[in-house]
Design a protein around this ligand. Sequence first.
Ligand SMILES: [Zn+2]
Ligand SMILES: [Zn+2]
Length: 102
Amino acid sequence: MLELRPICENCKTLLPPDSTEARICSFECTFCRVCVEGILKNVCPNCGGGFVPRPIRPKNNWKDDNYLGKYPATNQHKHRQVDLQAHRQFAENIFSISPELR
Ligand SMILES: [Zn+2]
Ligand SMILES: [Zn+2]
């Protein structure tokens, strides 16, 4: 199940489950929109993949207990600030390739 991580891995901006600013890669590396667009250039520093908006888990129990109350966000804070220089080098040859072709 998708881990709803509580902060941006780079800048620690809070990303609660209902945030529309949260972005994830396929490995669930979680960053805020500002970091993804501004700093990361849509290249995950951990895997080189692209990001998509994190889906919002419903807070209401619409069906069969599949909701936030039963499956809450994790409170494990994963913070690993991105080394900007290293990321520039890493992303240099990747960011211009669209994610589906990486
Ligand atoms: Zn951020
Ligand atoms: Zn990643």
